[in-house]
Design a protein around this ligand. Structure first.
Ligand code: PLP
Length: 437
């Protein structure tokens, strides 16, 4: 209660803006994931690893725009590339050379030969589902219980399903995510737990067009794949004639040059990107095998959009991928992340917190469970959710900006310093000391 009251008194101006915003936007936000109770913290600007809210509070940003801003806020390289492009015209809906440069770089990073652009992660996974159904002539998609792949119908199933509706683990029930779907949407989806190749094999049959999954789950903190799991998934898909889709919207350019595909050495048929690859401008991409590229080239599977490959977005993506997120930058991000995790581990040990750290590339988190979390159902039952909420409040009140809710991870940028990381550790240590006192 004390921490909550403190949040309110520190964000009075946000509260005022919320009153105004709620009159024109449901819950006072442009997108559901930006909402929080009793009001969101409205930001005014950012620079490097720092953001400021409308009350003038300064934060070290570990939210980082849901992991988009690996380049850091107002990075001069990105700003210059975008301004230069701005002066040359921002939109033609005709192809520009920038899209070729970015596609070539994505091919180099992921090893997949054919690429198209989108405007968001949602569009990338939507195109991937069309490819799976179009290539196989089958209708059913398999997804992992608990994962989020954006807000189109085919994947809005069993995204964090409520425990009383999700059925037994041996036969998870596909639960629509909210209302507003045509009948049959959930029925065209089969749901399996993460990290269980046997469960996946059991649902693969001649109706299954494809399996869509994050190679590491990123919306229930971070849940990495157990050794051998992704290889088993790849083999099972091949055997069943189903396409394997990796949703790397979150992992993508944030964890390694070639994303989780490179880290784990398993190549999907389709990879979905967005978030970090465009350095803060809205955009995404979908990469695929040559045969799938042919389907699009022949016009059998449609892939299009007015803003796809927008010159401004391509300028930001080119600067991000070729000039900011270089191999050296990934090495530095990884090392910084390891140091932050080690410091959090020290705090956990000192105060005997029931927690552990998990990390990957620029991303990491403290999981409030002494045991590893392997799938969504573990996340529901093993994690101490009140502690997670309280940690968020402690961080926000001590100048560490974090995602609202319990489910996310921190993302470092190339502009985070040791002092920024220390701010996180100090807030976390204060939290640990006070909750264990
Ligand atoms: N896939 C994953 C794994 C995501 O985390 C998200 C968004 O958080 C999406 C897809 C959807 O991306 P967007 O919000 O850009 O539509």
């Amino acid at each position: 209660e004390r921490e909550r009251a403190r949040l309110h008194t520190r964000t009075v101006r946000s509260g005022e803006l919320f009153a105004r915003a709620a009159a024109v936007m449901p819950r006072g936000v442009p997108s559901g994931f930006q909402a929080s109770d009793p009001w969101p913290t409205y930001l005014s600007h950012g620079s490097g690893a720092t953001v400021w809210d409308v009350d003038g509070n300064e934060y070290a940003d570990f939210h980082n725009g849901f992991g988009v801003m690996c380049v850091g806020h107002a990075n001069p390289v990105i700003a210059a590339a975008v301004s230069e492009r701005m002066a040359l015209g921002t939109h033609f809906a005709a192809p520009t050379e920038g899209s070729i440069v970015v596609a070539e770089e994505l091919r180099r990073r992921w090893g997949l030969p054919a690429w198209r652009f989108t405007n968001s992660g949602t569009e990338s996974t939507m195109d991937a589902v069309h490819l799976a159904r179009g290539a196989t002539g089958r209708d059913v998609m398999v997804k992992i219980e608990g994962t989020y792949h954006g807000h189109h119908d085919a994947v809005m199933v069993s995204v964090k399903p409520p425990p009383d509706r999700m059925g037994p683990r041996s036969a998870p029930v596909p639960v629509p995510y909210g209302e507003g779907f045509a009948p049959g949407t959930a029925e065209a989806t089969r749901v399996v737990p993460f990290n269980d190749a046997d469960a996946l094999r059991a649902v693969l049959d001649e109706r299954v067009a494809g399996v869509i999954m994050e190679p590491a789950m990123m919306n229930v903190n971070i849940v990495p794949p157990v050794p051998g799991y992704l290889e088993a998934v790849r083999a099972a898909c091949d055997e069943a004639g189903a396409l394997l889709i990796f949703d790397e919207v979150k992992t993508g350019a944030a964890v390694a040059a070639g994303g989780a595909t490179e880290l784990y050495g398993v190549t999907p048929d389709v990879v979905c990107l967005a978030k970090a690859m465009c350095g803060g401008l809205p955009g995404g991409a979908v990469g695929m095998t040559a045969a799938l590229g042919e389907l699009i080239a022949e016009g059998r599977v449609k892939q299009q959009g007015t803003f796809n490959g927008n010159p401004l977005t391509m300028a930001a993506a080119e600067a991000t991928l070729l000039r900011v997120l270089t191999d050296d930058a990934y090495r530095a991000l990884h090392a910084a992340n390891e140091r932050l995790m080690a410091e959090c581990d020290r705090v956990i040990e000192t105060y005997a917190l029931p927690a552990h750290t998990v990390g990957m590339g620029s991303k990491g988190c403290v999981v409030m469970s002494p045991e590893p979390v392997l799938e969504y159902r573990d996340y529901l039952t093993k994690i101490h959710h009140e502690l997670t909420d309280l940690a968020w409040l402690f961080h926000m009140n001590r100048g560490v900006f974090m995602t609202p809710g319990q489910d996310e991870e921190w993302t470092l940028s190339v502009m985070h310093s040791g002092a920024d990381r220390q701010r996180y550790v100090d807030a976390f240590e204060t939290f640990a000391r006070e909750v264990t006192a």
